[in-house]
Design a protein around this ligand. Structure first.
Ligand code: 4AD
Ligand code: MG
Length: 430
């Protein structure tokens, strides 16, 4: 029976064949332990000299790392491994022998591993991170489909800039200028006026010269937009969504979390409602904590966000930032016109902002005024203004950065390990 490592659990005490690769091995005179991987998981294959042909035992002892194989044997229980079973190998067929695989079990530096990202993806830890990423993607579709959202795909080539003009990737669009999308939000607002509740999930680009553990040049964003939802309604959707992501990973990625040695107790605490702190209170808090460098009106940096996050066990919403440090489209706070109805969701454990969101201005005159104040080209926002001309409604939305969410939930230090082929400040290869 041909099957996979993951499905082998259904073949206890039966003989199966698995197509895979040799991840690692150790052997003595009488026994060889093969660490096999096949994409669905990692499993130990035990080759006992006395129970196989001499050729098979010699082969087992000599197979090189990352050679591709068909391995046949009986699946038996193994209570010591995370998987719960292993294979008593009977025969091995080499498909392709690999020589001098560059990533050996010894430690390699990050730059070396990033240069070999196409191979590094095969390692146990990287495999676990991608499986968690996949679970977060699956759970995202599940959450929004189950809650009445329609997926709408905004364009990637655009003529205007939603999040400020300094971080745009410029390209030619025949005779016109175009930019790679830094957010699909403005199009999602149009979609919300057609479908009520919508979400997008796609690549976004920021020509940001940031070289931090939180920044990628190309990242994937989930952007829900909801007609008739005010700021408070949107925060509720956000905390439910994020809780769903965490619970799905806890439930469906147990082996991967173990591989990554993730402290799951911290994740298990994530439940609604999340705490909320206003920007004003956050500034006061930071000053009390000894941050002399922050003044009202300035944006928070990573150390500030981490200090605020460390004060809570849960992700925390920082709400109502000053108008002047946020994009043009945010609805003014009726209680303080110097601030807007927005929130950043800060993940625990120093992972920083995972969501940015707000209520959107729905008044035409105010939107026109903001576009002017921000010196944006009114003509390229004409479609956006139409949404305020024809049946404007209060609406809100947010964007979750996939890689930041994956980094936090899987507990990896740097977002570069959460993207299969990360685009970084100095890296476009592989
Ligand atoms: O806060 P941002 O810039 O918000 C927007 O783009 C809004 N238009 C979203 C919306 O309301 N529809 O980005 C949203 C999220 C951030 O919270 C962060 O998680 C992620 O996108 N993000 C990045 N992730 C990795 N690398 C970068 N350079 C990122 N910039 C933002
Ligand atoms: Mg933001």
């Amino acid at each position: 029976m041909k099957t996979t490592i993951k499905e082998s659990k259904n073949y206890l005490n039966q003989e199966v064949t698995i197509g895979g690769w040799l991840h690692n091995k150790r052997s003595s005179g009488k026994i060889a332990f093969l660490q096999l991987r096949d994409g669905t998981g990692f499993m130990q294959g035990v080759v006992v000299k006395e129970e196989v042909s001499e050729d098979t035992f010699q082969l087992a002892k000599n197979i090189t790392q990352e050679s591709s194989l068909f391995v046949t044997g009986e699946i038996t229980e193994d209570t010591r491994s995370d998987l719960g079973y292993e294979m008593q190998v009977k025969s091995i067929e080499v498909i392709d022998e690999a020589h001098d695989y560059p990533i050996t079990p010894k430690n390699h530096g990050t730059e070396f591993l990033m240069d070999h990202r196409h191979l590094w993806l095969r390692s146990k830890k990287q495999h676990a991170v991608m499986k968690i990423r996949n679970e977060i993607i699956r759970a995202t579709y599940e959450f929004f489909n189950d809650n009445g959202f329609t997926k709408i795909d905004p364009p990637i080539l655009t003529a205007s800039a939603p999040e400020g003009t300094s971080e745009l990737f410029h390209t030619k669009y025949f005779d016109e200028d175009a930019f790679l999308s830094q957010s699909g939000q403005l199009y999602m607002e149009a979609a919300a006026m057609a479908h009520g509740k919508v979400f997008s999930f796609g690549p976004t680009f920021r020509a940001e010269k940031s070289k931090t553990r939180r920044h990628l040049i190309e990242f994937w964003m989930i952007e829900p937009e909801m007609a008739f939802y005010n700021h408070a309604d949107s925060l509720e959707v956000q905390e439910q969504y994020v809780t769903h992501l965490v619970q799905s990973v806890l439930k469906n990625c147990k082996i991967e979390l173990k591989t990554l040695e993730r402290d799951t107790e911290k994740l298990a605490k994530v439940a609604t409602p999340f705490p909320r702190i206003t920007y004003d209170d956050a500034v006061t808090f930071l000053k009390e904590e000894g941050f002399d460098d922050i003044e009202w009106g300035e944006d928070f940096g990573a150390p500030h966000e981490t200090a605020i996050a460390n004060h809570y066990d849960l992700p925390v919403f920082i709400t109502n930032y000053p108008t002047k440090i946020k994009p043009f489209y945010m609805q003014p706070n009726p209680d303080n016109e110097d601030t807007v109805l927005c929130a950043d969701l800060i993940a625990p454990e120093g992972y920083g902002e995972v969501i940015g969101g707000s209520e959107r201005i729905n008044d035409l005159a105010l939107m026109e005024q903001r576009i002017n104040e921000h010196e944006l080209d009114a003509e390229s926002y004409s479609y956006y203004l139409d949404l305020r001309k024809y049946g404007s409604v209060p609406h809100s939305g947010f964007g979750l950065g996939l890689e930041r969410a994956v980094a936090w939930i899987s507990g990896v230090e740097h977002v570069r390990e959460t993207s299969p082929f990360p685009r970084l400040l100095n890296r476009l290869y592989p």
